[in-house]
Ligand binder design. Structure first.
Ligand code: AGP
Length: 623
């Protein structure tokens, strides 16, 4: 166990935050899946895990129950490796699986899931962090020989310990839950019971899926959607007893919960790659369609904007909007600020979630907190949400994931309707966020009389045209982005596009890339420019066209290789990528597309794993 002390000053008081961090077991960003039915479970679990691989891919494991024996196989690395390792002769109709993103501690085989109790009666997979594992080891498990350093093993040993003391399995699981401090989604097998799969949840996502003659659990709907779209939300501190025909939900106190399933609105084909070589390419090309879907979702029968009145009222009533987000969503938030201030005249501040929590800006009297999060699970955002709710402030989440933690815990939620985004690098969720922000801002108050739907329709068409030009981006990426560094430069709205385009390039190609405000170059970054340094300039704003053009000249004079992405009316003959004229405020929606493709092709050329870049995961559920 590592103890982290954080000191901070607030209202003239020094606060000390003590965080316990587990050595090897803090696996909060993992995926779990479980199945009980009549089909052979091996392929079901493996393909469920493949759908969850975006959550982490440091190691993977599976456990299958057969003839009161448990077969366990785990491997460091990808699920494809696990597939190769699994004994082809193993079969069974009950199983669980796990895919891991390691935060601390080596992603080795010993620490991989599933973990088993000493007698091997119980086998368990876990997504989460148990904070009091040391106390539990000392209190109950002194005589146990642990085979791993993980907090997860404490859970499975504890269940066995309570069963040995005479508790029923259900009671032992609930008893264990009551002892655990921290977060968990658990799937548990008992080799003495071939007809039951157990599960439990606290502060970590878990859903149950109801099928005909089978039932499932999974970290998200995608793990189950090819078999069932009838899903149950599971609340914190609930335990599930799942048989082939029944899903029983219990509170931690053993009271049965009655809950109706909901229908997940995901088409199984949404989560397939189809003929695309990578999800990222598929998701880039879905963007025009997503923009059109957003318009139809947020319009009434007369084609006017329609959004939840409570949401609109809460924005109108606040004296300042605070947008809280991370990564790509933060970049969308920066553009959102421009919409709220320029279209609706609403003062807006955008703060990186992980910064806000320790460095809170001075708040106004009546703030509204808007969380932008594709996954709706980002821990940094959740920490802010919890904090501002405690302070009594109103909250709103904009997310792509219905029923996600941030969607459930905020006062209101707005959906992005981008469809599942599988590639770790966010593309269509980013443009969906910008489109929804624009519609929202215009509905709150439209001081500049922008016809957002009309502009978005034009942009959807422009996006299609840009996607048609991908062979050009491939050539340009191969020609220009062949260096260990790359810079994007732009001003105003273009600067925000540069930040996002730079993030795309660095996260999937591992080429060091930064987005700079073009006017800032001469204040330092220009020192980095040398012969053939690629500099990509974005110019879609008339008022700064000439300024950015002179910044281009400055870097060109110092040897940079220049690539210009410009809007047609501002373009010059030598510009490599030209975007049809569209509304300047909404131009980031189109201007980002070449940047997404350039990142894609640069990564492709380097042979990188485009959909699953190293060290990253799709849902970042650790702070
Ligand atoms: C995007 O390409 C990144 N992988 C990442 O920055 C992401 O946007 C960030 O982690 C926030 O995620 P969220 O939108 O799910 O909260």
């Amino acid at each position: 166990m590592r103890i982290i002390f954080t000191f901070y000053l607030e209202k003239n008081q020094v606060y000390i935050v003590v965080q316990k961090n587990n050595k090897n077991g803090d696996l909060n960003m993992c995926g779990i899946v479980g199945y009980i039915g009549f089909e052979d479970v091996k392929e079901i679990i493996l393909s469920g895990l493949e759908k969850l691989e975006y959550r982490g891919y440091d190691s993977a494991g599976i456990a299958i129950l057969n003839n009161n024996e448990v077969y366990v196989c785990k491997e460091k690395g990808r699920i494809a490796k696990l597939r190769e390792r699994i004994d082809g002769n193993i079969s069974g109709t009950v199983g669980i699986g796990h895919t891991r993103w390691a935060t601390h501690g080596v992603p080795n085989k010993i620490n991989s899931h599933p973990h088993q109790s000493s007698s091997k009666r119980f086998t368990l997979v876990h997504n989460g962090i148990i904070e009091n594992e040391d106390e539990l080891r000392e209190k109950y498990l002194n005589d146990v020989n642990f085979t791993s350093d993980t907090d997860t093993e404490v859970i499975v040993q504890l269940i066995e310990k309570f069963v040995e003391k005479g508790e029923s399995v259900e009671l032992a699981i609930r008893h264990t839950m009551s002892e655990l401090e921290g977060s968990y989604a658990l799937a548990i097998l008992d080799k003495e019971d071939m007809d039951t799969l157990y599960a439990a949840k606290n502060k970590t996502p878990l859903l149950a899926g109801r099928g005909e003659g089978f039932n499932m659990i999974g970290s998200d709907a995608m793990a189950m959607i090819s078999l069932t779209n009838s899903l149950y939300e599971i609340e914190d501190k609930e335990m599930l007893k799942i048989t082939r025909n029944n899903i029983e939900i219990y509170t931690i106190y053993g009271n049965k919960v009655s809950r109706e399933p909901y229908k997940a609105e995901i088409d199984a084909s949404d989560i397939e790659k189809g003929t695309y070589p990578h999800y990222m390419m598929k998701e880039i090309e879905e963007q025009p369609f997503v923009i059109r879907r957003i318009m139809s979702q947020y319009s009434d029968e007369n084609g006017n904007i329609h959004m939840e009145p409570e949401i609109i009222d809460s924005i109108r009533a606040c004296d300042k909007l605070y947008i809280i987000a991370c990564g790509t969503s933060y970049h969308a938030g920066l553009i959102g600020k421009q919409f709220f201030e320029k279209i609706s005249g609403k003062p807006t501040e955008v703060v990186i979630a992980s910064e806000f929590i320790y460095n809170m800006p001075l708040l106004t009297e009546k703030p509204l907190f808007m969380f932008i999060s594709q996954s709706g699970e980002t821990a940094d955002c959740r920490a802010v949400l919890v904090k501002v709710k405690e302070m009594g402030f109103k909250t709103l989440t904009m997310t792509n994931t219905k029923g996600s933690t941030l969607a459930r815990e905020a006062d209101n939620a707005l959906l992005l309707y981008a469809g599942p985004e599988i590639a770790v690098a966010s593309t269509k969720a980013y443009t969906a966020q910008i489109a929804v922000l624009a519609i929202l801002a215009a509905f709150v108050e439209n001081k500049i009389n922008i016809n957002v739907f009309q502009e978005l329709s034009k942009i959807a068409y422009t996006m299609e045209t840009l996607c048609d030009d991908k062979d050009n981006y491939k050539k340009l990426a191969e020609k220009y982005i062949n260096n260990s560094h790359c810079f994007y430069i732009g001003r105003c709205m273009d600067y925000y596009v540069c930040l996002e385009a730079a993030l795309k390039l660095k996260e999937i190609s591992y080429i060091h890339t930064e987005g700079f405000a073009a006017g800032e170059l001469k204040h330092g970054p220009i020192a980095l420019i040398e012969e053939k340094t690629p500099v990509i300039a974005v110019i879609t704003q008339e008022n700064i066209n000439l300024n950015t053009r002179s910044n281009i000249k400055e870097v060109k004079a110092r040897g940079a290789s220049i690539l210009v992405i410009s809007m047609r009316k501002l373009s010059q003959e030598t510009d490599e990528i030209v975007i049809d004229d569209i509304n300047e405020l909404l131009a980031p929606l189109a201007a980002i597309i070449p940047g997404q493709y350039l990142a894609y092709y640069a990564a492709l050329k380097k042979g990188c794993d485009i959909d699953k870049p190293r060290n990253l995961a799709k849902s970042v559920t650790v702070e």
